[in-house]
Each structure stands twice: as C-alpha cells, then as structure tokens.
Design a protein around this ligand. Structure first.
Ligand code: ADP
Ligand code: MG
Length: 623
C-alpha cells in the first residue's frame, strides 16, 4: 500500500501506470472484443482511411482491419517484450549473483564470457543470433533476451560483491548454511529490488528491440502481426497512406513512454532511502514552522544561546518530540556538557543549531537559536551556510564516516579552509600544516599525504578537530567525539580539546553519555531525558549533589577505579519513546522515588541562578 501511495505521489509515474493499465486491459480483452479477424485479406478494401465504415482505424495494404491487427500485434509485442525481460533478468541475475558470491575463478569465467558478449555491438549481436537461428518471433525473443543478459549480470554482480562480504553473510556461513541457501535466503532478497528496478527500466527497451527485429522482417512472420512488422509493412505506404504507420507508431510510443515513466516511479518508490522519508531528498536546511517565537533580546554575553527550542519529527501521523523546550547557553571559551542516554535528543539539539536536522521529517516548531544575540533560526539559507564551519563547527563520533575516503587528508583540510576563505592552494596547504601541528599530529607534513583509512582512530579524530578549527569558529559542537575511541586515546583527545579551548577561547558544546568525560572537561553540564532538560548546573555542583534522580543514577553508573566493589547501578527500564510521552515526569516510570503526583502533571524546571532541575522530590531533600 505504501508502495502504491509513493508511486502515485509521482504524477508522471501515476500517469504511466494508468496508460499502461489501459493498454493491458484492452489487450487482455482481445479475445472477447467484437474484432474482425486480423489476418483475413480483402484487397478490394485496401487503404481505407481512419473512421471508415466498419474499420475504426482503417485498413492496411491488404485490406486487413488495422484496429484488430493493432490489438493483436500489441498483445504479441508486449508478451514477447515481457518474456524477454523476464528471461534476461533471471539468467543475468543468476549469473551475476553466482559470480559475485563465489568470486575468484567462477567470477572470472562468468564475467569474461559476459565481457565477450558485450564486446559486440548490441543490435549486431541480436541480428547475428537471429541469422543463426533463422527468422521468427521466438528466435527474436531469444536474441533480445541474450543481448540483455550482460546488463543484468554486471549490475547484480556488482551489488552481490558488496553484500557477500557483509557480516550477515558471514553469520549465515558460521551458522552452517550451504551456498545455495545463502544465495537464495540471504542474498536474493537483498538484490531483488535492484532486479525489479533494472527490469522496469529496461522492458521498454526490449519491446523496442523486438519491434526493430520484426521491422527488419526477422521477427514475426506474415501474416502474423506485431507492432514492428506492422510498421515494416506500412513502410512502402508511408507517404501515400500515413495512417498505416502512424497507428502502430503511436502504440509503440504509448507503451514505451508509459513503461519508462512507470519504471522511474518504481525505482523511486523502491529505493529504501526515498521510501523512508518523502519522495524528496533532505533539504539543505531544517524546515522552520515556529508557532511561538521568544521576544528578541539584546544580550551578547553568550556566544550561543538556545531558547525554548522545539524540534519535532513528523513521520506519517506520528510526531516525535525529539527536542522539547530546550534552553541552553555557552559563553566564550566555556565548555558545556550535554549528557543523557541514547535517544534523549542530544544530537538533534546539536544539529538544530545550524539547521542540520534532516527535513523532512524534521521540523523546528518553536524557540530560538541566538548566535551572539542574533536569532539565526530563520536567517536566509545563504547566511546560515556561511555560518556553518565559519562560526559554529561540528565534530562527529565516527571520523571514518565523516572524512571522505578517496581524498587525502591534506586535500580535505585545504577544502575546509577554502570553503570560507579565498586563498591560494599554497596558502591553504600552509594553514593545513599549521592546523595539523595545533592538533598535535606527529610528523604533520607526511600525514597530509595519507588517506583516512591509513590513520588510526585517534589520529583521524584529530584531523576532524583540525577541520573544525580550520575557520576559527567561536563554537565547536562535539557529538560524542570520543565514544568510538579507546580509553587512552580518549584521554588524549579530551586534553587536546581542553587546551585548544583555553588557547583560542572557543566555546565547546560536548555531547556524551559518560559522566566521567564531563567531569574531566566541562565547566557546566546539562542533563537531558526524553527530549527535555532535567538538570543543569556547574559540573562540580551537579557531581557533588545531583538533584534529579536520573542524574544521580547516571553518576552511579560510572565505575570508580580502586573504589572498592561498589555495585554498579544500572538504570532499569528503557528511555521513553518521544512520540508517546507519559503525562508528568518522563522519568517517573523508571524512578524508584516516583509518587502519584509525578505522573499527573508536567513538572516545571525549577531554576535558581546557574542551577536548575525538573523534579518534585529532588535528591538531597529530607522531606
Ligand atoms: P541522542 O541523544 O542519542 O543523540 P537523538 O538526538 O539522535 O538522540 O534522537 C532523539 C530522538 O529523536 C530519538 O529518540 C528518535 O526517536 C528521534 N529521531 C531522531 N532522528 C529521527 C528521524 N529521522 N525520524 C524520526 N525520529 C527521529
Ligand atoms: Mg546522538
């Protein structure tokens, strides 16, 4: 159902589907329609014009009814085209999947044979096959199928090679599955959409090719009609009686056009990336539909300030309140930690700042983001783009995913510099080298000349930091930059970030789920849960006397070296789904101190200077 909805959202594809359905319906009804016999000649009645008595589309050079021949011919052409596509797809995909899965010699033998087929010009090969087998519709079908096999084989092999080295195939092997089972159960379902897509975009071609062979007299033999042979027979009367050519010509046009339009639509609707969202790729910035907008304020003591920011995901009928009235601020040179379990909305908060939340489905529905006092949420896209990297830079968790795998480190650094500064390559190179030194990469000149995969995880993350520093931003947002690193490297990266912010007075928003990291680096910390802030304060205050039970539990989760055999307190239960939040405190279902009041009404954030918490019965209260 979703498939059809997506398909029809693409108007042209819907149009193609309707035209093709009408043609198919007509063709299926041929046996019951009151048509004249297609092959009975009546030379006295030849070349009757369109709309003449008894012949809606006129007659051809032998006086045969064109309407009847057209429908019979279309039926035949479609059947041959579809059959050829099916055969080519089955054989080609079988070859491709086998070659891709087994690799090595099997791959070589199959693919070199395919290469040989591809070395011949396409139509010449088809002609040669028909010449060898003799003219006839079945032979034309075989020829068209054979020349299309390489297309499927190559496509499917490419995809299979990628899949065959994936972990789920290894897992199937470890589970003792045989080759045949792995191919049919593990690989085939993954390549099937690709096969369908390739078919839907090539059927039109195959119908044209069959028609071409028939046009040359090598396909269907007289008196049998197919669209190609009808065109071929009408050729001699092209000038004197054009309707005999126009009728089959228009039909070929309609069929191929509708199949191609539909094929495009099918491809889009089956593409998983497009299917998950709408039929459009994410916009360059997050959509903003603000219902409430905080009053402007002149206060430039903070570099960055979020005020009651709300970011939601609208997926179908559901609304995910990923960021729910979040207010934060960072002063120049300050490090603010944002901490919370996975799914608590930390990343979405960070991405909302520069309008980087994928839209659709993301929408910013309220609040403000002020950079040096100025609301940038609905700044023009050009201004926002200018600010990305130049004023606010990001560092993400996995540098292997954020660095381009095919460019050398030096080139990527130069690019980061040249996006915002018109400097020569030599000058950019000099700055890149300087940046590499600043992030304490040993032997920087040589390292500029390596690819990301040649570096260790820690070095790669240093490169990301260097890229973030490239344009001297005022704020760096680091989204779990050390989560993928081992502990010693993590400590190095943390101390590097700490030094850099002191040297350059750059503010850091550091996202993590580890209170140990917060304690090392951050001046202040904000605790998020279910898209909301539940506690806030200077790191020392929060660590010494957490007020929200959630914060206390998070702190208790950090193991202490040499701290005796303290029992590590895991938090029972799971974080809430943000599309269906409970009334009252979101943490109440997991809180051992929760009382009835907690579950009834929204709990307000209690603020007192730098300190704030959202709890009715905070830790440390004796009552
Ligand atoms: P984290 O705190 O682990 O960084 P995120 O900010 O990535 O969490 O996600 C917060 C919530 O936003 C998640 O619980 C998820 O339900 C929701 N979310 C994130 N991305 C999407 C999306 N593309 N579509 C729907 N919901 C999303
Ligand atoms: Mg995250």
């Amino acid at each position: 159902m979703t498939f059809l909805r997506l398909l029809f959202r693409n108007r042209l594809a819907g149009f193609g589907a309707i035209v093709l359905a009408l043609i198919l319906l007509l063709v299926l009804l041929v046996p019951v329609l009151p048509l004249q016999a297609p092959d009975v000649t009546n030379t006295a009645n030849r070349f009757q014009p369109v709309f003449s008595d008894g012949h809606l589309l006129g007659t051809d050079h032998l006086g045969r009814d064109l309407l009847s021949r057209l429908l019979h011919g279309t039926r035949l052409s479609l059947a041959v085209g579809f059959a050829a596509a099916l055969i080519a797809a089955s054989i080609g995909s079988a070859i491709g999947i086998t070659a891709g899965y087994f690799g090595g010699t099997t791959d070589n033998i199959f693919m070199r044979t395919i290469d040989m087929l591809m070395a011949f010009p396409y139509i010449l090969l088809a002609l040669a096959i028909v010449a060898a087998l003799g003219p006839g519709l079945v032979n034309a079908l075989i020829a068209v199928a054979v020349v299309n096999i390489p297309f499927f084989a190559r496509n499917i092999r490419g995809i299979t090679v990628g899949l065959a080295s994936r972990e789920f195939v290894d897992a199937a092997r470890l589970a003792g599955m045989g080759h045949f089972k792995i191919i049919t159960r593990e690989l085939l379902p993954n390549v099937l959409p690709v096969i369908v897509i390739a078919m839907s975009t090539t059927i039109g071609w195959m119908i044209l090719e069959t028609a071409g062979l028939s046009f040359l007299g090598l396909g269907s033999q007289p008196p049998q009609a197919d669209l190609g042979s009808m065109l071929g027979e009408a050729r001699s009367a092209l000038i004197t009686n054009p309707h005999t050519s126009v009728v089959p010509g228009v039909m070929i046009f309609l069929i191929v056009m509708s199949i191609n339009l539909l094929g495009d639509g099918v491809r889009d609707a089956l593409d998983p990336r497009l299917r998950s969202g709408a039929l459009s790729r994410p916009l360059p910035r997050t959509i903003v539909k603000r219902l409430d907008k905080p009053a402007p304020r002149i206060d430039t003591s903070d570099v960055l300030r979020l005020e009651a920011l709300k970011t939601e995901f609208h997926v179908g009928k559901r609304t995910y309140h990923a960021v729910n009235h979040v207010s934060l601020r960072v002063r120049p040179g300050e490090c603010l930690g944002i901490i919370g379990e996975s799914g608590s909305g930390k990343s979405v908060t960070a991405l909302s700042v520069m309008g980087l939340v994928a839209s659709p489905p993301g929408v910013i529905t309220g609040g403000a983001v002020r950079y040096r006092g100025q609301d940038i949420i609905d700044a023009p896209y050009g201004d926002l783009r200018q600010m990305r990297g130049e004023n606010v830079a990001y560092i993400f968790q996995d540098p292997l995913a954020t660095l381009h795998p095919l460019y050398k480190i030096g080139k990527q650094l130069r690019e980061a510099i040249q996006v915002h500064h018109k400097v020569s390559d030599a000058e950019a190179e000099k700055r890149a080298l300087d940046l590499m030194r600043q992030v304490r990469i040993p032997n920087p000149a040589n390292r500029l000349d390596v690819y990301p995969h040649e570096m260790s995880g820690g070095m790669r993350q240093r490169v990301s930091i260097a890229m973030a520093l490239a344009n001297e931003p005022d704020v760096i947002i680091a989204d779990e930059p050390t989560t993928a690193l081992d502990v010693t490297v993590q400590a190095q990266i943390l101390s590097l970030l700490d030094q850099l912010r002191r040297e350059r007075d750059v503010a850091i928003i550091f996202i993590t789920h580890d209170f140990g990291v917060v304690a090392q680096l951050c001046d202040r910390v904000t605790v998020m849960y279910g898209g909301r802030i539940v506690e806030e304060g200077t790191t020392g205050d929060v660590l010494d006397a957490p007020r929200h039970p959630y914060t206390k539990r998070l702190i208790d989760c950090v193991p202490e070296l040499g701290g005796g055999k303290r029992e590590l307190a895991a938090i029972p239960g799971l974080p809430p789904a943000v599309d269906d939040l409970p009334p009252g405190c979101a943490f109440a279902p997991r809180c051992d101190k929760a009382r009835d009041e907690c579950k009834q009404h929204d709990v307000a954030l209690r603020e007192d200077g730098d300190r704030a918490f959202r709890c009715l019965f905070p830790e440390g209260d004796t009552a």
